[in-house]
Ligand binder design. Structure first.
Ligand SMILES: Cc1ncc(COP(=O)(O)O)c(C=O)c1O
Length: 402
């Protein structure tokens, strides 16, 4: 059966508006569409394809598991999930792991656990959740409510209650908001969807201290920033703070859907048998691929490589900006970078993304003012150079169309 982009408009719910070309094959950081045209991929499936497309080791892990055991549910445990949980615990602050299928589900579990922990320990009045404006935590109704963007959370009727928002990087406002009624604070250690906004280290440390003072849990949402993307296995490791709960997804599966919530034994104990669950959480196929992705990413040479590649991106982007004067700054860390548009190009990130696709470069936006790159952590330097040459042509096209 022949399907095209037009088929999307015929049969798909219109909540997405994908590009006109339909990708059919990927290898490393290159992708080919139905017509055989080739693209450089700086989008990485929105910070997911941590080792590019069809990495041979991930394909091998998937094939091996695929001929052994696909699914069991949580009525039975399985070896890949136990191995992955052990490796996650061994390489982070956590003692315990809960598996989900996506970032939103991992966050949903984290929020429910925090509420249950507070209820058990302090009673029902300790239920306030503080999160940050421009934050993004997923699209379930609880996570979209905790996320700080009305455009995503409004228009669906009554929201879960006791959720308040504070400006990111504003410690004084946060201090005024937190109290002994706060059960948890959810924050991204680098805001992704909100515009690639890095936190001040002092702000994060201050949030941690105030959480301790008020017996509130600090939940770090590392769905986008985790698994090597910032050059640290998890971004918290570069900030000098330790969360009580951490959520991870996206890069964790290298392209296979998986999410996880990590926490300490004491907190985990509050999610007793039957309190929460998921049919697919800990699926053997997903965990086998994620285990291999984690093994590869969690090596010093891969993590150091991320910072070298960031330097190459920044150098060439600086040169491009010297010619075209379109960016106010290049933000972010590692392989999660944002080109923030200057005053003259406010609101036009999408125009640049569309022009990039026309030049056969796949990239992303983060809000209306930031062009976002979230490529593979092992993208070859020549693909960075080629992709940015295409990006420069896209910029030239937008600028010259003025
Ligand atoms: C920080 C953060 N949290 C949660 C999510 C939601 O993840 P998912 O789309 O897998 O549910 C995202 C997705 O962009 C994210 O960036």
């Amino acid at each position: 059966m022949k399907v095209t982009r037009a088929t999307f408009d015929d049969v798909m719910v219109p909540n997405y508006n994908p590009a006109n070309m339909v990708p059919v094959r990927g290898e490393g950081s290159r992708v080919w569409d139905q017509e055989g045209a080739e693209y450089v991929d700086f989008a990485g499936g929105i910070a997911v394809n941590v080792l590019g497309h069809c990495h041979p080791e991930l394909v091998k892990a998937l094939n091996e598991q695929g001929s052994k055991l696909w699914h069991l549910s949580n009525v039975f445990t399985n070896e890949p999930s136990l191995r992955l949980a052990k490796k996650l615990a061994d390489s982070t602050f956590a003692d315990k792991v809960y598996f989900a299928n996506s970032g939103a589900e991992a966050n949903e579990a984290a929020l429910k656990l925090a509420r249950r922990w507070a209820l058990d320990k302090y009673g029902e009045d300790k239920n306030q959740i503080i999160a940050f404006n421009k934050g993004f935590h997923g699209r379930t109704f609880f996570t979209v409510t905790v996320g700080g963007q009305a455009a995503y959370s409004d228009g669906f009727g009554p929201k879960p209650g006791a959720v308040t928002h504070c400006d990111y990087n504003d410690l004084a406002a946060f201090e005024a908001m937190i109290s002994d009624k706060t059960c948890a604070v959810m924050m991204e250690p680098l805001q992704g969807e909100g515009g690639i906004i890095t936190p001040d280290v002092e702000f994060v440390k201050g949030v941690r201290e105030l959480c301790d003072k008020h017996n509130a849990l600090l939940i770090l949402d590392e769905v986008q920033s985790g698994v090597g993307r910032t050059g640290h296995l998890y971004a918290y490791m570069g900030l000098g703070v330790t969360p009580d709960i951490l959520t991870t997804a996206k890069s964790l599966g290298g392209g296979f859907p998986i999410g996880a919530m990590l926490t300490t034994a004491g907190i985990a104990a509050h999610l007793k048998p039957g309190t929460h669950g998921s049919t697919y959480g800990g699926n053997p196929l997903a965990c086998a691929v994620a285990e291999k992705a984690l093994d590869i990413v969690n090596q010093p040479e891969v993590l150091e490589g991320v910072l070298k590649k960031e330097a190459l991106f920044r150098k060439i982007l600086g040169e491009i900006n010297d010619k075209y004067h379109v960016f106010e700054e290049i933000r972010g860390q590692g392989m999660l970078l944002g080109c923030a548009l200057n005053e003259k190009y406010q609101g036009r990130a999408k125009d640049f993304m569309t022009a990039a696709t026309q030049e056969h470069l796949m990239c992303l936006i983060a809000g209306m003012n930031v062009i976002r790159f979230a490529p593979s952590l092992v993208i070859p330097d020549e693909d960075i150079v080629e992709g940015l040459a295409r990006f420069e042509r896209a910029i030239a096209a937008v600028v010259s169309a003025e």
